[in-house]
Design a protein around this ligand. Structure first.
Ligand code: ATP
Ligand code: MG
Length: 577
């Protein structure tokens, strides 16, 4: 392909709209163009990367025995009413009406459609197990679309769904997808770590996310350096011995103290002269319409995912000021768990706390020397705090470390949550109807494209792995006026393409410096320079992106040299382990 025919436009400066490096680079490299917030065009170079990632995903899904289908993006809301998720999805689901006034949705995911489909196609245990997948566009009205393809309103997902006769059989299907994901991300040149994950609104009881480590990642991941436990912060658990504040100082009694203007934990700690850990944080939530209070240690943050699990509710929202004041009957900045009429959920790290400070439910006051065990009517003790770096590993007690990550894939064991509601049954060997056991598996295909750029770049631009590069070779044609140089360059292009290596010939009438800068920016793994000077010596300059030095390679060896280099790199990406 020739540059002058390919609609590639690079930009010298960082676009204002972009905050993270991959987003900046993909726009500057002419791979991505914004339409409006959360909506992007894949320009030709970006499209080539997307296609390569899709091909890898498809090959590995096929290899794992999954069957490709394509479901509609437009779905009747009726199916979502059957599964009970119509309300749960809230405003993130795009809804519209067709001309007959039927409410439709633009699919944010496809559990409902696929389960309904399979319930009609499969009726015997002989047809199971069965895993289907599609690569298709999803729509989500995200609260904060940002970072380009990372969190967009419309994105390409590979979603797969497995159906099995039993929980045990479903484990094998899950493992097959888990292994396929490991291969997919490796082949894309990504370092992705599987970590234990929360199951969110999708339900189910077991799941892993595949995380690409990056400072810009939206997820916190806790790692144990000793036993290699790894979990999303939404999910991670820790070892706790309960509260260190197990006894009141001699003579101390529960007392109300004036703490004017102290609303935050730190302000209260300063006002009462105690460490912030000793101050209890109280928060009010609305769980499926009913208010509850949650309390955690002063140094901890409440974890909404864990609280939702503890409550077993579908919709959980933090109460606003008015709702909080109404639920507790006290001014917002002063609330505490003493004497409240709503259920109180206490974090297990507060277990044994007999000398802590809480809000007095009265403006400008706290209560000191409170025993949560004796003075508070705790509805449930549960693990509801967010684990942080330095907390101890649940399994081995070692201090945990934290990194940030980008979730590129997610695998779930769903059990019978959807198959029951949508009536997906099969007849077993005795002819008795049984409910199918399901799993679901997603890869953010467009997010994965950008995750590669986020992980693989340097000061000059992107450094695409050979497997997903827009072109494997950027052939810089110097002296485009010289017939001899052009002839040699196009002969090389042909020779490389004959070996399945795609080539972008930079045939623009630009200065060499501009072409070299652009070659680094768009990040093809190999750069070959065809110019009169080297050609006079019978050579071309060959350079691996990311390396400083070029090497001079005789013209008739360039194609074979590159072919063996590329084959070697591809083989490495294919090898698992
Ligand atoms: P997140 O926690 O990032 O919002 P999710 O848990 O909602 O993701 P899933 O429903 O598990 O995502 O979707 C499967 C995959 O689709 C995710 O692992 C992610 O890679 C991708 N994905 C989800 N939402 C978006 C989005 N708004 N833009 C791009 N990719 C997305
Ligand atoms: Mg997820």
């Amino acid at each position: 392909m020739r540059w002058t025919k390919s609609l590639i436009n690079t930009l010298r400066d960082d676009p204002q709209e972009a905050e993270i490096i991959s987003h900046k680079l993909m726009i500057r490299a002419g791979m991505l163009r914004k339409v409006s917030g959360g909506l992007y065009i894949f320009a030709p170079l970006g499209m080539r990367v997307l296609k390569k990632v899709q091909n890898i995903v498809r090959e590995e899904m096929d290899r794992a025995g999954a069957i490709e289908i394509l479901m509609p993006a437009l779905q009747p809301i009726k199916l979502w009413e059957k599964s009970g998720r119509a309300n749960q999805m809230g405003a993130s689901m795009f809804r519209l009406k067709d001309r007959a006034d039927n409410t439709m949705v633009l699919g944010p995911t496809h559990e409902e459609v696929v389960t309904d489909y399979i319930s009609r196609e499969i009726n015997s245990y002989r047809q199971l197990p069965c895993t289907v997948y599609q690569i298709q566009t999803k729509f989500r009205d995200e609260i904060r679309p940002r970072f380009g393809l990372m969190r967009s309103k419309e994105f390409v997902m590979k979603d797969a769904y497995s159906f099995d006769v039993s929980l045990d059989a479903a484990d094998a299907s899950y493992q097959a997808m888990f292994d396929a994901y490991t291969r997919i991300f490796k082949r894309c040149g990504l370092k992705a770590h599987p970590v234990e994950a929360d199951t969110g609104t999708i339900g189910g009881n077991h799941s892993h996310e595949f995380m690409v480590l990056a400072a810009s990642g939206e997820d916190g991941i806790l790692f144990c350096p000793e036993c290699h436990y790894a979990a999303n912060q939404e999910r991670a658990e820790r070892k706790t011995d309960g509260s260190p504040f197990k006894e009141r100082p001699a003579g101390a009694v529960r007392e109300e103290v004036a703490t004017p203007g102290a609303h935050t934990v730190d302000e209260a700690a300063a006002a009462v002269g105690q460490p912030s850990r000793q101050i209890v944080k109280s928060l009010v939530y609305i769980a499926d319409g009913k208010p509850v209070m949650a309390i955690v240690e002063g140094n901890d943050e409440l974890n909404e995912c864990k609280l939702r699990r503890a409550l077993g509710c579908a919709i959980l929202e933090q109460a606003d000021i008015a709702a909080t004041e109404k639920a507790v009957g006290a001014p917002f900045g002063s609330i505490g768990p003493l004497g409240v009429k709503i259920p109180v959920y206490a974090d297990i790290a507060l277990k044994g706390a007999k000398d802590v400070t809480v809000g007095a439910n009265k403006d400008g006051f706290h209560v000191k020397h409170v025993s949560i065990e004796d003075d508070v009517n705790v509805t449930l003790w549960a693990d509801i705090a967010t684990v942080k770096a330095g907390d101890r590993c649940l399994h081995c007690g070692a201090p945990l470390t934290m990194e940030r990550g980008i979730e590129v894939g997610h695998v779930f064991k769903l059990g019978t949550k959807y198959t029951e509601k949508l009536g997906a049954k099969y007849l077993d060997a005795q002819g008795v109807p049984q409910t199918m056991v399901m799993g679901c598996y997603g890869i953010g295909v467009t997010r994965t494209v950008q995750a590669v750029a986020e992980q693989c770049n340097d000061a000059d631009g992107i450094v695409w792995p050979v497997s997903v590069a827009p072109y494997v070779v950027d052939l810089v044609l110097l002296d485009p006026g010289s017939e001899e140089v052009a002839k040699a360059a196009y002969a090389l292009e042909e020779a490389l393409e004959a070996q399945g290596i795609d080539v972008l010939v930079d045939d623009r009438a630009e200065r060499p410096g501009v072409k070299f800068k652009d070659a680094d920016l768009i990040g093809c793994p190999w750069r070959v320079v065809a110019g009169a000077k080297a050609l006079a010596k019978g050579c071309m300059e060959v350079r691996r992106r990311g390396e400083k030095e070029s090497r001079l390679v005789p013209v008739d060896e360039v194609a074979s040299t590159l072919a063996s280099e590329v084959a070697g790199e591809m083989a490495l990406l294919h090898s698992v382990g």
